[in-house]
Write a protein that binds this ligand. Structure first.
Ligand SMILES: Cc1ncc(COP(=O)(O)O)c(C=O)c1O
Length: 446
């Protein structure tokens, strides 16, 4: 009987040109990549182009894409309206070094979709947005500390990286000491912590849970969080970098009816181009406002420069993306496809007797394997430790490689959908997953 090709051999056979580029990249970039989440063993694949929900690599392989621009592409790759808006803007200039109409329209779309936002400032990434939100909270309250939750990801600046569970080298002790990190979903602990520490300026949270919702927060906890922070005079920053304009047109705080003091945004906000923003209560945002009083302007206010803030190209893409979110059912379409995918994965796990589940809110899908689960398939109730026990790299990495062999690209165990995903894409993905899981079984990974 002919021997069956292993996952590793197939990966090498399908991706010779990616292998060559990866060897060049290894000499240029640490780990051979330009973003930690793009690391892949034995090497990452190199993409040439993308359209809708699909992308193609340098070896001509086609993929259904579930990275969707790290969550930025709710409309899919190269949506024709976005392409047109950006092409038109390109010919009119990419940086005026001055104010322009599109930044006003962009902010109006944000306010329209997120009524809690009274004023806003634009940046170029989610990292900048959370850095600015923390600084505003500290300046407004005059208190030094920010409380965050274990594993919740808010970008890579020094404050955000504390408690992220990875890569915290180089953060000065002084910075670490201004961050408090506690587990999420524990309202009594949160209450005790704020009662015992009167120097906390703000609490920041990923509203659907750590790592885009892989470790879910319970919606009741969001309500408790709002109530407790209000009682202790602590600001609430809801980090909607992933969830904003995705988990509802207004994001998670609109979906769950929780009023933040500040909201951080990026990804979908920029319509596929770099963009970020902080928005929220005018009295807090006005910490940026000058008053013509040197004492205030130089000592108290928060300065906010940034060469590409509100740049016309991102504003053109962002305005069009938010217009489509506000006026067409893109969220519903992506949510429906995500539901089809979650259901399909759960059925497959059951059929193949693989312990685990797929869960997720709106158009976010997360899967976990290795440990049985009886959750409602939306908000998984397993603890972080239980999820980690199943989703060990020895299991997850071969599944990801086998999925790539089968034409499906995921972001670790997160799958981020777009309105461009079709029923056929989902059905192809499920067939690919079945093939990948069978290959993992053969190799005794599962
Ligand atoms: C919740 C959250 N906040 C902040 C960030 C940082 O955003 P960026 O990668 O644009 O700096 C991310 C990135 O994935 C994120 O998921």
């Amino acid at each position: 009987m002919a021997s069956v090709e292993t996952i590793a051999d197939r990966y090498l056979r399908l991706h010779p040109k990616s292998a060559e580029l990866a060897s060049e990249a290894r000499d240029l970039f640490p780990d051979g990549v330009t973003h930690d989440a793009r690391r892949m063993q034995p090497f990452p694949i190199f993409i040439t182009h993308a359209l809708g929900a699909q992308k193609w690599d340098v070896d001509g392989n086609e993929y259904v894409d579930y990275r969707t621009g790290h969550g930025a592409l709710l409309l899919g790759h190269s949506h024709p309206d976005i392409v047109k808006a950006v092409q038109e803007q390109m010919g009119k200039g990419t940086h005026y070094g001055f104010s322009h109409e599109l930044e006003v329209r962009w902010a109006q779309w944000v306010k329209h979709l997120m009524p809690s936002v009274e004023k806003v400032r634009f940046h170029n990434s989610g990292t900048e947005a959370t850095m600015m939100a923390m600084r505003l909270a500290r300046a407004y309250t005059g208190k030094p500390k920010i409380l965050k939750f274990e594993e919740h990801f808010h970008g890579w600046h020094d404050y955000a990286a504390v408690g992220s569970g990875r890569g915290t080298g180089g953060i000065p002790e002084g910075t670490r000491s201004t961050m408090m990190v506690i587990p999420h979903n524990d309202a009594p602990l949160l209450e005790r912590t704020l009662a015992e520490n009167d120097d906390v300026a703000a609490v920041i949270i990923e509203p659907t849970g750590a790592h885009m919702g892989m470790y879910p927060t319970h919606p009741e906890f969001l309500g408790d969080l709002r109530e407790i922070t209000r009682r202790y005079g602590v600001l609430l920053i809801i980090d909607e970098v992933v969830t904003g304009f995705r988990t509802s047109p207004g994001g998670a705080h609109v979906r769950y009816d929780v009023q933040p003091d500040l909201t951080t945004m990026a990804k979908i906000l920029g319509g596929g181009l770099p963009g970020g923003a902080v928005g929220g209560r005018a009295d807090i945002m006005d910490m940026i406002q000058t008053k013509g009083d040197p004492a205030w302007d130089n000592e108290n206010r928060v300065s906010h420069p940034g060469t590409f803030n509100g740049n016309p190209l991102s504003a053109a893409a962002g305005c069009k993306a938010l217009e489509l979110v506000a006026t067409t059912p893109v969220n519903d379409t992506a949510d429906l496809m995500a539901q089809r995918l979650r259901d399909g994965i759960n059925e497959l796990f059951q059929q193949m007797e693989i312990p685990g589940c797929a869960h997720g809110v709106a158009s976010l899908v997360h899967y976990q394997v290795g440990v049985a689960c009886d959750c409602d398939r939306v908000i998984c109730n397993r603890s972080m430790d239980e999820t980690r026990q199943g989703n060990r790299p020895q299991i997850i990495e071969p599944i990801r490689r086998a999925l790539i062999n089968a034409g499906v690209d995921t972001m670790s165990t997160n799958l981020i959908l777009s309105a461009a995903h079709t029923e056929k894409n989902i059905d192809d993905t499920l067939a690919g997953l079945e093939e990948a899981l069978a290959a993992c079984r053969r190799e005794q990974v599962l």
